[in-house]
Design a protein around this ligand. Structure first.
Ligand SMILES: [Zn+2]
Length: 555
């Protein structure tokens, strides 16, 4: 058993969440669920960066207080838990959580005690959008490479952190793999950055520049702690770092004594997580994360996601998408389509096409065929076959250890082999954080099971049995038993990725007693024009199927 502390980044909340946030949250959730299911101890951490200057500026633009803006938008981020069926164990808001400020101050004092913090005059080119200073070389034609706006020249006395002292130790931690950065291209990017030489970084700003918003520097009322220091600290402060009693116990248990401390991050914040953060931790005498997992970006309709536009653009609003098309469709697209490396373009049409092909046609049709056949020819009473070797434990769990039906049919060997290898394929894919490979492996069960239906044509067996062929009846028991077993395994295997749909599959295929009446697991979805009305959810509630597609149209 492994003890795993898994975190998402905490987004700044100057606007509502967009589908790019959903990607990281859903990936983290799938990983957490997978590890919980195999018996690991997991704590999944998320939250919001309320103290960013961007939030202050957004509130000024809207003419409301910063507190009002961050409360409103942070609620929208916390609400993703329900809309996207996320299972984070904790959600920290850096402006209001009582654990945060004392922990950040403790981290500051620990670095100060190491002699790594000092004051000096600083003049630099600062991008408010990025909340970071740039050197002349890092600008593109004199403007921020990210925001395409000219940076401001700022002169003030700041606190500095001796980052330059840590280049060798960071190179050693990363080069040795004790701090694993995934994928390897990102690891090389960080090592290249270390080789180019580290300079000390400014880690505070004047209270005036911060508009008085943020956490003050301990003992220096003129300065506010740099928002990145503050935000990165959440990974520790949510565990009660620097606190007393039970709170400190969480830090000991989930950070110091965890086998894996894994940060999921976007490619734009790699330097903060893979260079600044571990250097701060080394200075403070805190163990480093064990893994930093970097994902690339989504574009929407071919363009970079504009966060400020997210509120108006329904096509990038994950809540509107989940309301219109269902959480399963949104999660499935994010996990099934986005490759491990490279940016991916999201469109609503792609989401619909993937959901209809895989969930409505492939998976939904499989389960409704099985339950319809069971009701048509067995009054709903079918027992799942005893599965081939390796998978019996999954089936025993799925069936609550109940009775099992006929032996596995010999002609379902390909289906059996697929079922047997799926858990290991999923495990190895998720060990390299390849969600697309993991979901493809699970979906292979659907494809092989549908092929088995087509090959065995159980409706012909049912008719032959009714015409007096007893052998056809025994064969039908076997075929239905194998298919039912496949669906039960499918429910278990797909659960980390689509927990809602998994629960519906498990309920539809519960062979304790009589199988439930056939229901449509996942209705085909159509594009909703304009603002999406919440029709998909209503359609899913109308689950009684008028005509089940038991037989192919040609039959
Ligand atoms: Zn910028």
């Amino acid at each position: 058993m492994t003890r795993l502390y898994l975190s998402t980044t905490i987004p700044y909340v100057n606007a509502r969440p967009h589908v790019g946030h959903a990607l990281e949250l859903v990936q983290a959730d799938a990983l957490a669920r997978h590890h919980r299911r195999v018996g690991d101890e997991v704590r999944l951490q998320s939250g919001t960066d309320d103290n960013a200057l961007k939030n202050v500026l957004a509130a000024e633009r809207e003419g409301i207080s910063t507190r009002e803006l961050v409360n409103r938008n942070a609620r929208a981020f916390a609400g993703l838990r329900e809309h996207l069926s996320l299972s984070f164990d904790d959600f920290i808001r850096t402006s209001s959580d009582p654990r945060h400020r004392p922990g950040v101050e403790h981290l500051w004092r620990a670095c100060a005690a190491s002699g790594d913090l000092y004051r000096r005059d600083y003049q630099g080119l600062y991008c408010v959008g990025c909340e970071q200073f740039y050197t002349e070389d890092e600008l593109t034609g004199g403007v921020c490479p990210e925001h395409r706006t000219p940076p401001q020249l700022i002169t003030e006395e700041n606190w500095f952190f001796r980052l330059s002292q840590y280049a060798d130790r960071l190179r050693d931690e990363i080069g040795s793999g004790r701090l694993r950065i995934e994928p390897v291209g990102r690891r090389n990017e960080v090592l290249g950055f270390l080789d180019s030489g580290l300079t000390d970084i400014s880690v505070s700003r004047s209270v005036a520049r911060a508009r008085g918003w943020g956490i003050g520097v301990p003992g220096d009322p003129s300065q506010v702690i740099y928002v990145w220091w503050d935000a990165l600290g959440n990974y520790l402060t949510a565990l009660g770092y620097g606190g007393q009693g039970a709170r400190a116990g969480d830090y000991q248990r989930w950070w110091v004594e965890a086998d894996r401390r894994v940060h999921l991050v976007g490619k734009d914040v790699i330097r903060f997580h893979a260079v600044y953060w571990p250097a701060i931790l080394l200075s403070a005498g805190v163990p480093l994360p064990t893994e930093i997992v970097v994902h690339d970006f989504l574009t929407v309709g071919g363009s970079k996601i504009s966060k400020s536009a997210a509120a108006e653009q329904d096509s990038s609003d994950p809540v509107a998408l989940a309301d219109a098309y269902g959480v399963d469709a949104v999660r499935w697209w994010l996990l099934r389509e986005v490759p491990r490396v490279g940016d991916t373009d999201f469109t609503v049409d792609k989401l619909i096409a993937r959901a209809n092909a895989d969930l409505a046609n492939g998976l939904g049709n499989l389960v409704s065929r099985v339950s319809s056949l069971a009701h048509a020819y067995r009054n709903g009473v079918v027992r799942a076959c005893r599965c081939p070797n390796g998978t019996s434990r999954w089936l025993a769990a799925a069936a609550g250890g109940g009775a099992v039906g006929a032996d596995w049919p010999a002609d379902a060997a390909v289906l059996a082999a697929t079922i047997e290898r799926t858990p290991e394929t999923v495990r190895t894919a998720l060990a390299r954080f390849d969600f697309r490979a993991a979901t493809a492996a699970v979906f292979e069960i659907v494809e092989q099971a549908n092929r088995y239906v087509d090959a065995t044509q159980p409706w012909h067996l049912g008719r032959a049995e009714r015409a007096g062929d007893a052998a056809a009846g025994r064969r039908l028991d076997q075929v239905l038993g194998a298919l039912l077993a496949a669906c039960q395994v499918l429910a278990a295997e797909i659960w980390p990725f689509l927990p809602d749909l998994a629960a519906r599959i498990a309920a539809a295929c519960d062979d304790f007693g009589t199988l439930p009446k056939p229901q449509q697991l996942f209705p085909r979805i159509d594009r909703q024009p304009g603002r999406y009305p919440a029709v998909a959810a209503a359609a899913q509630r109308e689950s009684e199927v008028a005509s089940c597609r038991v037989e192919p149209a040609t039959c």
